[in-house]
Design a binder for this molecule. Structure first.
Ligand code: ZN
Length: 461
């Protein structure tokens, strides 16, 4: 069968992230259906396929779509900047996040996910791993599909107390199995075994979830050790530090993507690396919540030792901006500063975490993360005409240090244009804004939380 592309993305500098990390100056990408058919010179691909429509990327930089390995799609998006930034994570979760989640109606979850997907896509994030706090996975999957964002979804559960969605381990596992079965591998949205993690799962639930992930090939994600609390919990519960306890249970392995893993000791780092367990590193959240990443974080070491590390943006009130380029800059900066060594990982490695190595960490490296023939056509066109791109220096440095999601002009996911000229074209952004503001006010009222504003808000006439 002779394939003819539907679209040529032409004239841009194509940051392929292929194994040679080639940047094709004035390159082109041929897209056929959901996949990349060819990558080459603009003149070359135009000569090969003269009558194919073009997306002109002259004066632009084209990168693979970025991977956000830990993003809460519900709970926070309708309460953005509503949770104070001067409280600890315990108060933030129990005083705010839990009541907000409890007050969500199914339609709030869908709207919330739609809003979060729109933000991610506009910032060049094309793959989102939902973090494990969704009550209505079908509504969230519908929103991801409508927005055109690739990703994985699960449903939350815990079996250790009477908090919302608590249930016996078997029931939680049944719910997770149903999601995995409903959204099989290969679709835009895939099911993933998700647990809240921390100290909120019995040994039976942890082991059962890992078993389900291995059996179905769906992968698993959960939170662990962003701060010291999980370390204290597992020491009291089992006499072992968290990752060693998980290793004892057979939970660690290539199927597992651990969110955070900030507070690890040497033995835990070895257990993580030895088991090929992946990490979603969300540096802004640890800084925002004061969790001690500058003191305890070992992500740069894990990455340079060959570990699987992706970047994440966490939640709208923990990390806040869903912008992987901002996270990439912080990851590189923290690595250099904590080591007091400018030779520690920098912009090129941070871009790897954002793209190909992030894709590998979330178990999708064979399909996404680089611009190569045969891969899914998840592409970001960055407008490189602004002052932050002038003059043009090293492209990795410019992507990581000079700019962020604001340069993103066009985004394709699976060959479909989902962002054009900086706006989502898959949904009505103005209607979404109006609807989200109304839903947010109703949600806060139902949850019984009032936004604490730092400065007097004075009505003006
Ligand atoms: Zn999280």
């Amino acid at each position: 069968m002779v394939l003819i592309p539907d679209l040529l993305v032409t004239g841009g500098d194509v940051v392929t992230m292929n194994p040679r990390r080639e940047v094709l100056l004035g390159g082109a990408v041929a897209v056929a259906g959901e996949r990349i058919l060819a990558v080459g010179g603009t003149a070359e691909l135009r000569a090969r396929w003269p009558d194919v429509p073009e997306l002109d990327a002259t004066d632009c930089v084209v990168t693979p779509g970025m991977v956000n390995a830990h993003q809460h799609l519900t709970g926070d998006p309708l309460a953005r900047a509503c949770i104070p930034d001067d409280i600890d994570s315990e108060e933030s979760i129990h005083g705010w996040a839990v009541p907000l989640h409890q007050a969500h109606l199914p339609e709030d979850e869908e709207l919330s996910a739609l809003l979060a997907c729109a933000e991610n896509l506009r910032n060049g994030v094309t793959t989102i791993i939902e973090a494990g706090t969704v009550a209505n996975p079908e509504r969230v999957a519908a929103a991801m599909t409508r927005a055109g964002a690739r990703g994985t979804v699960g449903t939350w559960g815990w079996d250790v107390d009477d908090a919302p969605h608590a249930a016996p381990a078997d029931e939680v596992l049944d719910r997770l199995w149903a999601v995995v079965e409903s959204y099989p591998a290969g679709g835009l949205v895939e099911g993933r075994v998700t647990l809240v993690g921390h100290g909120l799962a019995s040994d039976g639930l942890l082991a059962g979830a890992a078993d389900l992930a291995r059996r179905t090939g769906a992968g698993m994600t959960m939170h662990m050790s962003p701060g010291r609390a999980d370390v204290d919990h597992y020491l009291a519960r089992s006499g072992r530090r968290p990752l060693l306890h998980l290793a004892d249970l057979g939970v660690l392995g290539p199927h597992l993507l651990l969110a955070h893993a900030v507070w690890l000791d040497d033995a835990e780092v070895d257990a993580l690396l030895g088991s090929e367990t992946a990490v979603a590193y969300c540096p802004w959240a640890y800084l925002r919540l004061g969790q001690g990443v500058t003191r305890a974080g070992r992500h740069a070491e894990i990455f340079t030792r060959g570990g699987r590390v992706a970047l994440g943006c966490d939640a709208g009130n923990a990390g806040d901006a869903a912008d992987i380029l901002r996270a990439a800059a912080l990851a590189a900066g923290l690595a250099k500063d904590t080591a007091m060594d400018p030779g520690a990982i920098g912009a090129p490695e941070a871009m790897e975490m954002a793209t190909i190595r992030g894709a590998e960490a979330v178990g999708m490296g064979d399909r996404i993360g680089s611009i190569e023939a045969g891969k899914l056509a998840d592409l970001v066109v960055h407008d490189a005409t602004g002052p932050q791109w002038t003059p043009r220096g090293d492209v990795a440095q410019q992507l990581v240090w000079s700019t962020d999601g604001r340069s993103v002009r066009d985004v394709l996911v699976g060959g479909q244009v989902v962002v054009r000229q900086g706006r989502c074209v898959t949904l009505d952004e103005d209607a979404l804004r109006i609807e989200a503001r109304k839903a947010s006010a109703r949600l806060l009222e139902r949850a019984g939380v009032a936004v604490r504003r730092h400065w007097p808000h004075v009505r003006s006439h």
